[in-house]
Design a protein around this ligand. Structure first.
Ligand code: GDG
Length: 472
C-alpha cells in the first residue's frame, strides 16, 4: 500500500497549532502516524492561479498547495461552494445563489486540482478527498488516469432529495460521487438521504451492505461519525494556558453562572435563535437577571460572502438589543466576541461554563458539542444543550436535546441545566464520555481507511454497530 494522500479545500500551513479547528487537527493526526501528503488550496487568492503546486515537507508530511486565482476564489470558493452548495446542503435553498458561471468554475477548479494532484501521486497511493468543495475531484482524477483507491467524506449533511433536487444540475453532481470507491457520511440519516436519492432520483439501488449502484457504476457507502481526542482536549482545558483563561473568566463573572456558545459565524449555527432563547430566559425568570451571563464566541468566517456579512450585522443588532434591554451598570447579559481564540484558551473557557449551548439549525456533526463535554470537570460537569439537528445529537444522548427553532424549549433547557443536581450532571456527562472515548478522531480515520483499503464488501449497516461500515 502506498502513501495516504489527503485532499481538502484548504490546507493549513505546517506550523499551525494554536488556532486550528478540530478538523484540521484531525486530518493532521491522520497523516502524522505514517506520513503522506496533504493537497489543496493554500488559502491565498492571487491575480493568476498557480500552475504548479508548492510542496513543503515537515515532520514527514508533504504539504502540496496551490493558489486560487481571484476569480476562482470568488466563483468557486465564495460562489459555488459557499453560496450554492453550503446553503442547499444546510436546507437554506432560500439563500442559495444559482449561477451557471459559479458552477462552471467549480468544475474547472476541481479539474485543475485533479490534474496537479494526478502528477504528484503514485498508482498505489490511497487518496482521501474531503467535503463539498471537491465532490467532482474523484471523477476528474480518474479522467486523468488515476486507478488507485479514492475515498470521499462529506462533513456536512446530505440533504433529503426534495431539497437537493432544487439544485440545478443536482443529478450530474451526485453521479460524480460514483467515481469514488467509498463515500462516508456523518450520520445514518445523511446516509439514508443519499440512498433515497440514488433510488428515487437516479433509478439506482442500494444493497444491504451499503453498495449503491446506478447502471454499471457502483460505490460503497457508510456512516463514519467524526470524533475528537477527548482526553487530549481535557488536558488542554487544564493546561497552563487553559487555566489562565479560565481564571480570568471566573474573576470577571463574580460568582455568576456562565452559558457559552462557540461557533464559526455562520447562519447554519442558529445564533439569532439562540440569543432569542437567552433573552426569553431572562424575560421569564427575573431571578436570573444579574445572575447569569452568556459568552458567545463567533469566530469570523467567509467574510467575503454577502450572507455572512448580513448574519454578522444581525447578531450585532440582537446582542445590542438584549444588552440594551437588560444590562445594568455592573452586569452585561451577553458578551459577544467576534474573534478566534487559541485551542487552550477555548478549552479553558468551555470548562468554566455551566451550560454549553450548541444549537445549530443543521450541522453535519458539530465538534464543539464534543469539545464542551470533554473539557468539563468530572466532579462538577456542566450541562450540554444540544440541537437535535446536529449530527452529534445521534451520539451524545446525555445532552438536553432541543429543537433550536423552539426558543421556549431552548430557554427551558437552559433553566433545567442550571437546576440540575450534581448527581444527574455527573451521570449524563459520564454517559457522553463513553461515547466520545469510543468514537474518537483516531477511530474515525482508522474505520474510514480500513473500509477504503479493505478488499471485501462491508458488513450490512444493520450489524451490531448500525452506525458503522466495516471492512471484513
Ligand atoms: C464542519 C461541519 C463538522 C471554533 N472557533 C474557534 C475554534 N473553533 C473550532 C472548534 C471546532 C471547529 O473549529 C469547528 O468545528 P465544528 O464541527 O463545530 O463546525 P464546522 O466548522 O462547521 O465544521 C461540522 C466538522 O466539519 C467536522 O466534520 O462537525 O458539522 O460543518 O473544533 O473548536 N478553534 C479555535 N479558536 C476559535 O475561536 N482555536
Amino acid at each position: 500500500v502506498g502513501r495516504l494522500v489527503i485532499v481538502s479545500n484548504r490546507v493549513p500551513p505546517p506550523d499551525t497549532t494554536a488556532s486550528a479547528g478540530g478538523l484540521a487537527i484531525g486530518l493532521k493526526l491522520a497523516l502524522a502516524r505514517e506520513g503522506g501528503m496533504w493537497f489543496g488550496w493554500n488559502g491565498k487568492a492571487a491575480p493568476e492561479a498557480s500552475n504548479k503546486p508548492t510542496v513543503v515537507t515537515s515532520d514527514g508530511i508533504s504539504y502540496a498547495t496551490l493558489d486560487l486565482s481571484r476569480r476562482e476564489y470568488e466563483e468557486y470558493y465564495c460562489g459555488y461552494a459557499n453560496r450554492t452548495l453550503w446553503p442547499v446542503f444546510h436546507y437554506r435553498v432560500d439563500l442559495a445563489a444559482f449561477d451557471d458561471g459559479f458552477r462552471r468554475i467549480y468544475h474547472q477548479v476541481n479539474d485543475r486540482f485533479a490534474r496537479h494532484l494526478g502528477a504528484l501521486i503514485e498508482p498505489d497511493d490511497i487518496v482521501w478527498v474531503h467535503d463539498y468543495h471537491l465532490i467532482p475531484l474523484g471523477e476528474r482524477l480518474r479522467a486523468h488516469g488515476h486507478q488507485g483507491r479514492i475515498g470521499f467524506f462529506l462533513h456536512i449533511p446530505f440533504p433529503v432529495r426534495e431539497i437537493l433536487s432544487a439544485l440545478p444540475g443536482h443529478d450530474g453532481l451526485v453521479r460524480k460521487l460514483f467515481a469514488y470507491d467509498l463515500i462516508g457520511f456523518q450520520t445514518e440519516s445523511h446516509h439514508r438521504a443519499f440512498c433515497d436519492y440514488v433510488i428515487r432520483e437516479l433509478g439506482g439501488s442500494v444493497s444491504s451492505a451499503g453498495t449503491a449502484r446506478v447502471g454499471t457504476h457502483q460505490v460503497r457507502t457508510g456512516v463514519f461519525p467524526i470524533g475528537i481526542d477527548p482526553d487530549h482536549f481535557a488536558r488542554l482545558a487544564v493546561s497552563s494556558g487553559g487555566r489562565k483563561l479560565a481564571r480570568r473568566m471566573k474573576d470577571s463573572l463574580h460568582g455568576r453562572d456562565l452559558v457559552v456558545g462557540v461557533d464559526r459565524l455562520d447562519y447554519s449555527k442558529g445564533l439569532p435563535q439562540r440569543l432569542q432563547a437567552f433573552e426569553l430566559l431572562l424575560e421569564r425568570h427575573a431571578a436570573l437577571r444579574g445572575r447569569v451571563s452568556m459568552l458567545q464566541i463567533a469566530s469570523p468566517s467567509r467574510s467575503d460572502v454577502p450572507e455572512y456579512t448580513e448574519i454578522r450585522q444581525e447578531l450585532e443588532r440582537a446582542c445590542g438589543h438584549i444588552n440594551g434591554r437588560y444590562a445594568d451598570f455592573d452586569w452585561v447579559p451577553v458578551r459577544y466576541v467576534n474573534k478566534a481564540y487559541g485551542r487552550e484558551a477555548l478549552a479553558g473557557l468551555l470548562r468554566v461554563a455551566r451550560i454549553g449551548l450548541v444549537t445549530p439549525l443543521y450541522d453535519g456533526m458539530n465538534l464543539v458539542a464534543k469539545e464542551y463535554v470533554a473539557a468539563q470537570d468530572p466532579d462538577d460537569p456542566g450541562v450540554l444543550v444540544l440541537s437535535k439537528f446536529a449530527g452529534a445529537a445521534h451520539q451524545l444522548d446525555g445532552a438536553l436535546i432541543v429543537n433550536p427553532h423552539d426558543i421556549g424549549e431552548v430557554a427551558d433547557a437552559i433553566r433545567r441545566g442550571f437546576e440540575m443536581d450534581t448527581g444527574e450532571r455527573r451521570a449524563r456527562w459520564a454517559r457522553m464520555m463513553v461515547s466520545l472515548r469510543r468514537d474518537t478522531i483516531h477511530r474515525w480515520r482508522d474505520d474510514f481507511l480500513g473500509a477504503l483499503t479493505g478488499e471485501a464488501v462491508a458488513l450490512p449497516l444493520t450489524a451490531r454497530r448500525p452506525a458503522r461500515l466495516r471492512a471484513v
